[in-house]
Design a protein around this ligand. Structure first.
Ligand SMILES: C[S@@+](CC[C@H](N)C(=O)[O-])C[C@H]1O[C@@H](n2cnc3c(N)ncnc32)[C@H](O)[C@@H]1O
Length: 196
């Protein structure tokens, strides 16, 4: 029988454990390593569809915490009283309104990714635009000492971007979780303890 290249160990495990996507294991690994999410936290999840990062966030923050997820595509499989979904394009949403409606956050997590074209430079540049926007949002919405996680594709713009946002965090790390698929150029920037 022909093997589906997307149906790997993590995808099967995610189905068994009832996570909405295999990406959950990337966030879980990042969280275990850097201890980002705590009970009672208020999270903002950028590019949340289909919802496994928000699902993990909801579990970790508990009933006293809250998760707001934003995506171009509606996710209707997360119905929890402490989850709110906003349908929209992160690149064009009004930042002042977001701050007013969503308020200060303990962590901003972004797994946003563009539709890949296979054209390396174009994919890198679109991914970088999403990452820069995620950072822009984090800088206006994070509480002091809040954390930031953001997916980026490896490329020549990565180091300058990392240097630029490093100044706003006590520590900035680049991390590639084991659950990232072989051959993928995605990595995660992790900013610890936002310095206002
Ligand atoms: C890899 S998926 C996220 C998976 C998610 N973290 C999970 O665990 O289920 C990337 C998401 O980024 C979203 N995205 C890409 N560009 C976006 C934009 N400009 N505004 C909002 N969401 C965007 C896509 O719609 C897609 O759902």
């Amino acid at each position: 029988m022909k093997k589906n290249r997307w149906d790997d160990h993590h995808a099967r495990r995610a189905r068994e454990e009832k996570w909405l996507a295999r990406s959950v294991y990337k966030l879980q690994e990042i969280d275990k390593k850097f201890r980002l999410i705590r009970k009672g936290d208020r999270l903002l999840d950028l590019g949340c569809y289909p919802g496994s990062w928000s699902q993990y966030g909801i579990k970790m923050v508990g009933p006293q915490g809250e998760v707001v997820g934003i995506d171009l595509t509606r996710t209707d499989r997360l119905s929890f009283p402490n989850f709110r979904f906003i349908k929209g394009d992160v690149l064009s949403l009004d930042l002042d309104r977001l701050v007013r409606e969503v308020g200060p956050r303990d962590a901003v997590i972004s797994d946003m990714a563009p539709q890949t074209t296979g054209i390396k430079l174009m994919d890198e540049s679109r991914s970088m635009s999403l990452a820069k926007r995620a950072a822009e949002i984090a800088l206006v919405i994070l509480k002091k000492k809040g954390h930031f996680v953001c997916k980026v594709f490896e490329g020549e713009d990565l180091n300058p971007f990392r240097t630029e946002i490093s100044a706003h965090f006590r520590q900035m790390r680049l991390f590639r979780p084991k659950a990232v698929r072989k051959g993928s150029r995605e990595v995660y920037l992790v900013g610890l303890e936002f310095v206002k």
